[in-house]
Structure formats: C-alpha cells, structure tokens
Ligand binder design. Structure first.
Ligand SMILES: Cc1ncc(COP(=O)(O)O)c(C=O)c1O
Length: 300
C-alpha cells in the first residue's frame, strides 16, 4: 500500500518464523514481543529487529478482551524480558499495550500509560534508548463522545508521564477507522409471520447474509447490530417487532430478535450501519452463500 518499512510495526506478538523471515526480507524493523520464546525466536531469525515489549493492562469492560491471549505481566515479567533481550544483544526500543477492543473502561488507558512509564525507566536504566510508546487500540468505531472522553484521558496521561517530545507515541486503531465506513445492505428473500394468542405477532425475515458471513461479528466481536429499512422515505410507517435470520440451515444463524421495522416484503432491503469492523474479513461462504461484495459510494 506504499507505506515505508520504517513506519510499520509488526504487532502480532506470536509470529510464525516464516513471517519473521518475510519481515526481515522487507526490512520491517520493529516487532512486538511478550514472551521469552518470542525473544529467542527473534534472536534466531531476525536479530537486527527493534523490540517493543507488550504488557497486559486489561480494561475491566471491553467488547472483545484480548488479555487472556497477549501481553506479559508488567510487574513479574516485563523487566526480565528486557534483561533477556539485553543478554542476547537485541535492541529494545519501546513499550506497548492493548486494553481490549471496544474498551468501555476509559481509565484503563491512564493505568496502562503510567505502567508504561515505569517500564520505560527500567529500559533506560539498563541502557536502552527507549523511544516508542504504542498505546494499541480499543477506540470506539461510531461514538464520537466516547472517543473524545478517551482522547482526553490519553492526552492528560501522556502530558503527565511522557512529556518528552522525543518519545514517539503511536497507536493501532482498527475499529475506529473502519466501523462506520461500511453499511451492510441485505435483501429479504423469505418471510414468516408468527401468530400466537398470548404473544404479540412477530415478523420474521430471512436475508442473504448471516452469522457465518458478515454478521460473525455478533458471535466473535459481541456486536449489537441495528436494522433499518433501506431507503425508507416515510418514517411514519407502522413498525413491528421483527426477528431477522441469516440464510444458512442453522438456527444459530440469528441476526437480531429485537428489531422494529415496517411490514416488508421479499425483495425489500434492510440496512445495517457501522458494519465495517470485524465483519467481512472473517466471513465464510458456509452453505454456499457467498461473502458480500463491497461497493463504494461517494457522498454528495
Ligand atoms: C495487536 C492489535 N492491534 C490493534 C488491534 C485493533 O484493535 P481495535 O479494533 O480495538 O482498535 C488489534 C485487534 O485485535 C490487535 O490485535
């Protein structure tokens, strides 16, 4: 995509050796590590790398926690990883963390930045030129107020703990960039009305994408999706409680059971806004239903 190798950080802390060899071939110099095994692996395959130590500082509430899988213990392990790197003549240039994707515990950023400061000090004490602080991801994709709150906490913490302008502060926003860039538009191909004396009537629609496709975000990313009548011009239409199914044979393939939509027909379209994060890249063509095509629209 035209990015220069120096501006790329290889941020997967558990890398196949073949990927490391490829990174070396492309001169990607900076790599995240969080175990001693990874440090030995880098010493073997790409000892010229600059290492960034990723520690764990988990948000108490995140849509998709990452802490069971990645990040070393800041108190028990981070210093010994730096010492190990030193003993193997590797270079450590920074510290990173990821508080969890879809973070809802905003002070987690402040906690993490203060811990990072201590690890920076330790790195400098043992002779490293510490110059990168990577604050990871976790930012919302479609909520400007939440983002502004996080930005204020992050900026205040950085001013307090990292006033030195020579430290390069980077982040790895994923959801933030892409969630609101995509609206998923699906077509209704089948319909069922559920009538019962005790319960209110329920309308069911079957659409051409489901949890094995773009809506895997419901299972894997714990997303709550919003259904809207696409191109609806008359907002005064009566709305009904609606359940929406995906197209596959599986009853797990349920998209939502609390949508409110007008009485729609086969062939009508339903739109789901903010479907850009953790959706299409994970989609499979299970049951022969193809993953959706992406079309680009330019707003007037
Ligand atoms: C290493 C790393 N960086 C960045 C991201 C993006 O995170 P988010 O979408 O929360 O911004 C992820 C997501 O899993 C990740 O694993």
């Amino acid at each position: 995509m035209g990015a220069s190798p120096e501006s790329i950080i290889f941020a997967n802390p558990c890398k196949p050796a073949s990927h490391l060899r490829y990174a070396k071939e492309k001169r990607i110099m900076t790599s995240t590590v969080d175990t001693e095994y990874e440090i030995y692996k880098i010493a073997k395959h790409y000892p010229e790398s600059n290492l960034v130590i990723r520690f764990l500082c988990e948000a108490k509430d995140a849509q998709c926690p990452l802490g069971d899988k990645f990040g070393c213990n800041a108190e028990a392990d981070a210093a010994s990883l730096m010492l190990l790197a030193k003993s193997l003549s590797l270079s450590v240039t920074g510290i990173s963390f990821h508080v969890g994707s879809g973070c809802n515990d905003f002070p987690a950023y402040n906690r993490a930045i203060s811990i990072a400061k201590n690890l920076f000090k330790f790195g400098e004490m043992i002779g490293y030129n510490m110059k990168i602080l990577d604050i990871g991801g976790g930012f919302p994709g479609a909520d400007d107020d939440k983002f502004a709150t996080i930005a204020e906490i992050v900026n205040t913490s950085l001013e307090k703990y990292f006033p030195d302008e020579n430290v390069e502060i980077i982040s790895e926003p994923g959801r933030f960039f892409v969630a609101s860039a995509y609206t998923l538009v699906c077509k209704i191909h089948a319909k069922r009305d559920v009538r019962s004396e005790k319960k209110a009537d329920l309308r069911m629609y079957y659409i051409n994408d489901g949890v094995y496709g773009s809506f895997n975000c419901i299972l894997y990313d714990h997303q709550k999706v919003t259904a809207e009548h696409f191109l609806e011009e008359n907002d005064n239409l009566q709305k009904f409680k609606t359940l929406i199914w995906g197209p596959s044979c599986d009853a797990l393939d349920k998209i939502t059971d609390d949508a409110y939509l007008p009485n729609l027909s086969c062939g009508d379209l339903i739109a789901f806004p903010n479907m850009g994060a953790y959706t299409v890249p994970i989609a499979s063509p299970f049951n022969g239903f193809l993953v959706p095509k992406t079309l680009y629209f330019k707003a007037n």
